[in-house]
Design a protein around this ligand. Structure first.
Ligand code: ARG
Length: 272
């Protein structure tokens, strides 16, 4: 009995000691945020001197593979962010969208996940996000000539979306009748299913739908924009808060020096 009580007291004392120690650690980190966050040890990188990016390269005009070249708004943005941080930007080979956040949480593969990630409360439980870099909505796409004009006409139909996306979540939450929701690993497969009649409508981010329809799927059309009011952010491990701070600092600089306006102009023809 006495032993047990002593042990308890010792543990209580130990946890009391631990508390102020932890508090001073985080307090310290806040006060010495570096003004010019170069590779000075204030954050960790999977490869020295490089900002390693995990992405699903099926999301033009944000990130896409064009004849073997990685390109898009977010690709240009990540290159500009890396440059401000004194780092080289390194895109890994394309990954399945729903494997990227788990890879960032596990660590060791990439420093950031950048794939038009909508900042959601569920994802914020797993990773930290940069300040928002883009505003978007979802939309419904059908084949030209389809009689579907909005969600009320989708009853009994098969609906497609990409695995792990907010478009898939929207379909599951809002199409509660007797629709069958089918998930695909990448957007070309989503559009192929629409073209072949495997699904009657698909749900995805509006700027991406507009782009795909313009460059590749002219037999499809957006029939309804869904005002989900989403914002994209860069996903970063919760173990690396100084990397998030450094990326936010770089984004603020790129906003101030007009680079972000230039990129919006280049990829969307607008300064919005
Ligand atoms: N914004 C949506 C989401 O966060 C879709 C993103 C899909 N991105 C991609 N690269 N396939 O769920």
């Amino acid at each position: 009995m006495k032993m047990k009580k002593l042990l308890f007291l010792a543990m209580a004392a130990a946890s009391l000691c631990a508390l102020p120690l932890m508090a001073s650690c985080s307090g310290g980190a806040e006060t010495d945020t570096p003004a010019e966050p170069a590779a000075d040890g204030s954050y960790t990188l999977v490869e020295d001197g490089k900002l390693t990016v995990a992405a699903s390269l099926d999301f033009p005009p944000f990130e896409n593979l064009n004849n073997g070249t990685v390109e898009g708004f977010e690709v240009d943005l990540m290159n500009a962010i890396a440059e401000k941080m004194g780092l080289e930007c390194n895109y890994l080979p394309t990954m399945k969208f729903d494997t990227i956040i788990p890879a960032i949480v596990a660590g060791g593969t990439a420093d950031v996940g950048v794939s038009g990630f909508t900042i959601t409360p569920q994802r914020e439980e797993e990773v930290d996000f940069s300040t928002p870099i883009c505003d978007t909505n979802q939309c419904i796409v059908v084949l030209n000539g389809s009689d579907i004009t909005d969600e009320s006409m989708m009853a009994g139909k098969r609906i497609g979306a990409e695995t792990g996306t907010t478009g898939l979540d929207w379909a599951k939450e809002n199409l509660t009748d007797d629709q069958e929701i089918v998930a695909f690993d990448e957007y070309p497969a989503v559009f192929a299913a629409l073209q072949s009649g495997q699904v009657a409508a698909v749900v995805l981010d509006k700027p991406v739908a507009d782009y795909y329809i313009k460059v590749a799927y002219s037999d499809c059309q957006v029939v309804k924009e869904i005002p989900t009011g989403e914002q994209y952010g860069i996903a970063i491990s919760k173990d690396n808060p100084n990397l998030t701070a450094a990326i936010d600092d770089a984004i603020a600089q790129l906003e101030a020096d007009g680079t972000i306006d230039e990129l919006n102009q280049k990829w969307f023809g607008t300064n919005a």
